[in-house]
Design a protein around this ligand. Structure first.
Ligand SMILES: Cc1cc2nc3c(=O)[nH]c(=O)nc-3n(C[C@H](O)[C@H](O)[C@H](O)COP(=O)(O)O)c2cc1C
Length: 301
């Protein structure tokens, strides 16, 4: 067995390194062979096309990135017609499609459309979006809604079903439990943390939408704590993300209990971050005479 091989629910991955939804596209193929990744995760798609939020919608802080992209995407029909064939042509690794909806019905409609295509290995369900039926409160903050959503989605597919959790909740373990009881195969965490920045001289919000999503190195300890807490209490495998830049960052997440990791914001800093990370992990584990499986969940105190 290859020392980096890992399993995420139903998926056997050649290595544990994937990309975080919304931070990576086929254009990175200019920098490295994308088939070196463990898996590829798409930008979140929705039922109808979305033009996203008005600019400015990105702002770099001292140790991270604020964003309010607003799920800009071409919609599921266009994705199936144009984007998926391109992905299938280039990639021989598992393709994971991230999707999101404003109602449970919207989620199931998207999934049933995607299920009629081939070439998709699994789905990442983005539940950080506002629930139209529940006064716009994000799906991912209500354990009962998460349970019901995942139960319904489970009945539409046998493929890998990953639930992506938001850290903007009081008790992430109860949400992870609800995803497990609903029938998810694995969990991805964390989505962005809420953040904001204001120009101290003009008093103007740096990002048009005001409160938005915060990512990058600043959120790594928060992500790590969430991964550790969930790994202690829930059996499903974890795809971890949040501030991961180097192989050493990734090692922290494996020790905390993650079976795979994703690089997000750091792709914007080093477009070769993922392959640097794969090579770094491989060298380190080889020197140590260990496999990834020897590390997962083995944090000591
Ligand atoms: C510009 C940008 C766009 C993002 N778009 C999505 C998205 O479409 N769907 C999603 O689930 N997460 C999205 N995210 C969140 C990332 O996938 C990831 O969960 C988060 O940024 C934490 O990882 P990082 O610190 O490595 O970036 C986005 C993040 C950024 C910075």
């Amino acid at each position: 067995m290859n020392r980096l091989q890992t399993r995420l629910g139903k998926l056997e991955l050649q290595n544990p390194v994937t990309v975080a939804s919304g931070t990576f596209g086929l254009e990175y193929g200019e920098f490295f062979d994308l088939n070196r990744l463990g898996a590829y995760v798409t930008k979140t798609i929705t039922l109808k096309p979305k033009i996203g939020n008005p600019p400015p919608r990105l702002y770099e802080t001292e140790a991270g990135l604020l964003n309010s992209i607003g799920l800009q995407n071409p919609g599921v029909e266009e994705f199936i017609k144009l984007n998926l064939p391109e992905l299938k042509e280039v990639l021989s690794i598992p393709i994971i499609v991230s999707f999101s909806g404003g109602t449970i019905e919207e989620f199931t409609t998207i999934l049933s459309k995607l299920e009629r295509t081939d070439g998709i290995a699994g789905y990442e369900v983005n539940i950080s979006c506002p629930n139209v039926e529940k006064e716009g409160i994000a799906f991912g903050v209500d354990a009962l809604v998460v349970y019901e959503l995942i139960r319904r989605l489970r009945s539409f597919t046998n493929k890998e079903l990953i639930v992506k959790l938001t850290p903007n909740v009081t008790d992430i373990v109860s949400i992870a439990n609800a995803a497990e009881e609903g029938g998810a195969d694995s969990m991805a965490l964390i989505n962005t943390v809420q953040g904001m920045a204001i120009d101290p001289l003009s008093g103007k919000s740096r990002v048009k939408m005001g409160v938005c999503g915060y990512s990058g190195p600043a959120i790594k300890p928060i992500a790590l704590a969430n991964v550790f807490k969930v790994a202690q209490r829930v059996k499903l495998p974890i795809l971890a993300m949040g501030g991961i830049c180097t192989w050493q960052d990734a090692m922290e997440f494996f020790y905390a209990g993650a079976s795979a990791i994703a690089v997000g914001t750091y792709n914007f800093v080093n477009p070769k971050a993922c392959v640097d990370l794969i090579d770094g992990l491989d060298n380190y584990l080889s020197e140590k005479g260990a496999t990834l499986q020897d590390i997962i969940g083995k944090v000591s105190f």
